[in-house]
Design a protein around this ligand. Structure first.
Ligand code: ADP
Ligand code: MG
Length: 320
């Protein structure tokens, strides 16, 4: 049997009946109508083999992650997911790969009510680019620019597992099998904090999702907000597995890990109870890790308040 062609692949693996979209896969454009009066939120993220994922990742997990990292940007904005497009470069028409990839992709898409409405499929080195479309009320978006001195600083979930898994793959750390399975799952199947992002609308003064490491991503908030911050490194939420590592490695994973897809956000200090309620409603733990300050410095301290030196850097594609 000849290998399936481009259109057969699209038909078999990426075509589902349009539900919310006016027009889905199969025509020159897809058509979507946001709820009247709502603003569209749009974001793209690309995943390249060897750069964003290892060749060892199972196809279904790759499908999940490709969409999850995009949903994470909607979450950081407080937008509700609507639809996405998928541009895919494949070295070959590998049906086993595509079946797994599509299964992971659609499982998450269905869970989040986000519909695949179009894309592009071409031959080339494995690369995945997804563009997500979400909606939110005008002026309601959580931006990087709204943090104010005196605001509390929070992190959702835990940080560092994905980086620890990467270190195991790099051979710099050894973990027992159960621990490795857990951190590997964090690296390969992150959960975007969509519900939390929605719950933080009107409450958080700024937000960003942690994709390149806490320090680097927090610096984006500070730069846009024209503010500084103090972070208690001992307060940073971490799994028992990360907590069992040597202190220097813990800090590297927590501060500069990347691939966490948790939210870091600020909120007024007098809204603490509301933040706790929002997090509980979304079913996500949030931890207060510091505060926004006047100035431009990002100060790291330990639980006693003593300064902590750090030369950790966030990930930068053109410096790494
Ligand atoms: P065009 O030639 O107009 O770019 P294509 O031949 O590339 O259209 O694609 C045909 C249809 O299939 C379009 O509706 C496009 O959006 C959709 N499509 C192509 N690749 C994918 C994909 N990977 N996932 C979902 N839809 C896709
Ligand atoms: Mg095309």
């Amino acid at each position: 049997m000849p290998a399936p062609g481009e259109f057969e692949l699209i038909e078999r693996f990426f075509t589902r009946p349009a539900r919310r979209a006016t027009l889905g896969v199969g025509d020159d454009c897809a058509l979507i109508e946001p709820t009247p009066g709502m603003t569209l939120a749009v974001s793209s993220d690309m995943l390249i083999e060897g750069r964003h994922f290892l060749s060892t990742v199972a196809p279904d997990r790759l499908g999940h992650k490709a969409l999850a990292v995009n949903l994470s940007d909607l979450a950081a904005c407080g937008a509700k997911p609507l639809a996405f497009t998928l541009a895919l470069a494949l070295p070959a028409a590998d049906e086993v790969f595509l079946a797994g990839f599509a299964a992971g992709l659609f499982a998450l898409a269905e869970r989040e009510g986000c519909e695949l409405i179009g894309g592009d499929t071409t031959r080339g080195p494995l690369a995945i680019c997804i563009t997500v479309f979400g909606e939110l009320p005008p002026q309601a978006a959580l931006l990087r620019s709204g943090a104010r001195p005196g605001d509390d600083l929070y992190v959702s979930g835990t940080l560092g597992d994905a980086r620890l898994a990467l270190e195991v793959f790099r051979g710099t750390v050894a973990l027992d099998e159960t621990s490795f399975r857990q951190v590997r799952q964090a690296m390969e199947t992150p959960m975007a904090r969509v519900g939390l992002g929605l719950a933080l609308r009107g409450l958080a003064t700024s937000a960003i999702d942690v994709s390149d490491g806490l320090i680097g991503d927090l610096r984006h908030i500070l730069a846009r907000s024209g503010a500084g911050a103090v972070v208690d490194v001992d307060a940073l939420p971490r799994s028992a597995i990360v907590a069992a590592q040597a202190p220097a490695l813990q800090r590297e994973c927590l501060l500069a890990g990347g691939d966490d897809y948790e939210l870091v956000f600020s909120a007024p200090a007098d809204r603490r109870a509301a933040v706790v309620a929002a997090a509980a409603g979304a079913g996500v733990a949030v931890t207060r890790v510091g505060a926004i300050e006047a100035g431009q410095a990002l100060r790291l301290v330990d639980r006693s308040g003593a300064a902590v030196a750090s030369d950790t850097r966030s990930f930068d594609h053109f410096r790494a």
